[in-house]
Design a protein around this ligand. Structure first.
Ligand code: HEC
Ligand code: HEC
Length: 468
């Protein structure tokens, strides 16, 4: 550690400084108070390679019948697109695993969202609605669009063209397109950086531009879905602080959204704006909105309609995700990782990315009473105007997002087999550092504290996140 960084370090905080110094001088890690997070998913933690861990049933599930169900759910997840499931005729992509690559994140791609062939491989989802909300808080669908823009169409070329004309009009130059604009910035130490901000162009036939609101969503990873479901509701409410009564600049409140199975409002846990209450409903919504596959929960409501995805298939699809393992965290005894964890806490990253919680009330006993490290409070936080879009969703405004879970994040590049892994709800961040630099609003202070760190400390923090 250089003299000048020692000096700056002392201006920041004595504790943090001692820590960075001790990491630099290779002091014994035992002098530091880091928690060993290896068992990210408690007893569901798997030491298989992450690609397998995320798909194979968790090691603590011993019931043979459940293990078989989880295995059978795997085929629904990957083969839902067989012709008899009635995929389409309008869709975003043809299978769960075509967006959630290896159960990891999806691809982020600039350019036209509808290709000439109509087959641009996209795992981005564009939610589009009219200004305002329905009485129950749901967004309002534009004409010819349900929830999300459809970019693929099955059936004959003529039929495909008719759909495109109906939704977007006939001029290809006006079809939806995503591009990224460079935004530059600088650390207090003079290091420059360039970020990318997404610019989405969408026109819909028969909708005035000023009426249309959109939200770009990248495909998140499916890590520990059953555990996220089992984070106790009382804990989420205890974490929430809508009026910021402790004046730490961080409020956080739950999204309340319809639970279709109980016909009541529930706390949202899934999706970038916590718009879905559980894996079951999230999966049925995905089948319907992403793939055009109906189920008992989501359908067109026409009389005599048979669900294309049976209740049995939907259940094993849900079990597959709930009971998959969580890959273990790595390198927890390495000095840089230990220092990084300490910095994570020092910068108050853990006021939103909650490190540790004990699960309860899980649908499966194997997921109960597990000490897990989800790194989320499942609450909505105002992340400032830079990350915001205009599309509200139930209690969530356009600038509010659910704290992204960081559990398993360090494995996802390999899992998804992508050259570059993207982060944040719209995939604008090309690495963890960029993701932190986009934090604003309630997380502005944490971001500024990150920027004020010495390079070695920033690197240790990122090393820690990558160890998860
Ligand atoms: C077109 C790409 C695409 C397809 C196909 C797709 N998803 Fe997703 N998935 C997404 C996106 C984007 C989100 C985030 C949605 C949001 O922000 O509301 C998501 C969110 C989820 C989540 C919540 C994850 C979390 O951390 O909150 C689950 C669970 C999920 N999808 C399961 C499925 C299942 C099961 C299928 C197949 C039936 C499927 N998805 C098909 C893109 C896709
Ligand atoms: C006020 C709450 C809050 C604080 C404080 C906060 N975050 Fe976040 N973080 C979020 C939210 C909300 C998101 C999701 C934003 C989005 O999707 O656009 C997020 C996303 C992230 C992501 C991207 C994850 C992914 O898979 O896309 C990383 C990495 C991250 N935060 C790290 C940090 C670090 C490191 C700190 C401390 C310097 C921090 N966060 C402080 C709320 C917070």
């Amino acid at each position: 550690m250089t003299k000048s960084s020692q000096h700056r370090c002392f201006q920041n905080s004595l504790r943090l400084c001692l820590l960075a110094l001790s990491a630099g001088f290779q002091l014994l890690p035992s002098t530091l108070s880091a928690e060993d997070l290896t068992l990210l998913g408690g007893d569901t933690t798997s030491f298989l390679p992450a690609e397998a861990a995320l798909q194979v049933v968790a090691p603590n599930v011993t019931d043979q019948e459940k293990r078989m169900e989880q295995l059978d759910g795997f085929s629904v997840f990957h083969r839902i697109n067989r012709p008899q499931t009635g995929i389409g005729p309008q869709l975003v992509n043809v299978g769960c695993g075509r967006c959630h690559l290896g159960n990891g994140k999806g691809r982020v791609k600039a350019g036209p969202l509808i290709g000439n062939s109509g087959n641009t491989p996209s795992s981005m989802v564009i939610k589009a609605s009219l200004q305002g909300l329905q009485e129950n808080g749901a967004p309002i669908d534009p004409p010819n669009v349900t929830e999300q823009l459809k970019v693929k169409f099955n059936g004959s070329v003529r039929k495909r063209e008719a759909f495109i004309r109906e939704i977007y009009g006939s001029r290809e130059a006006r079809w939806p397109r995503l591009r990224f604009r460079k935004v530059s910035g600088q650390y207090p130490d003079g290091t420059k950086y360039t970020l990318l901000k997404p610019i989405l162009r969408v026109r819909l036939r028969g909708v005035r531009r000023s009426q249309l609101v959109t939200s770009i969503r990248m495909t998140p990873a499916l890590v520990g879905m059953g555990l996220i479901e089992a984070i106790p509701e009382e804990k989420i409410l205890e974490w929430s602080d809508p009026e910021d009564s402790d004046s730490d600049g961080i409020s956080g409140r739950p999204n309340y959204i319809p639970d279709l199975s109980t016909n009541s409002f529930a706390i949202g846990r899934f999706g970038h704006r916590a718009g879905q209450p559980n894996v079951h409903q999230q999966s049925a919504a995905a089948a319907f909105h992403d793939m055009g596959v109906t189920s008992s929960l989501f359908n067109t409501g026409e009389p005599g309609e048979e669900p294309e995805l049976s209740d049995f298939e939907l259940r094993i699809l849900t079990v597959y995700q709930q009971l998959a393992g969580v890959p273990a965290a790595r390198d927890q005894s390495k000095n840089a990782v230990i220092a990084g964890q300490e910095i994570f806490k020092q910068l108050n990253c853990d006021s939103c990315h909650k490190m540790t919680v004990t699960t309860s009330h899980a649908e499966h006993p194997e997921l109960n009473d597990q000490i897990i490290h989800p790194f989320t409070d499942l609450l909505l936080h105002d992340m400032g105007p830079q990350l915001a879009d205009e599309r509200a969703e139930f209690s969530a405004s356009g600038s509010e997002f659910r704290t992204a879970p960081l559990m398993g994040i360090g494995h996802l590049k390999k899992v998804s087999q992508l050259k570059r892994l993207h982060f944040l709800h719209d995939g604008r961040a090309r690495n963890i550092e960029e993701a932190i630099l986009w934090h604003g609003g309630e997380a502005e202070a944490a971001k500024e504290a990150f920027k004020a760190l010495a390079l070695g400390e920033r690197t240790a923090l990122i090393r820690f996140i990558e160890s998860l």
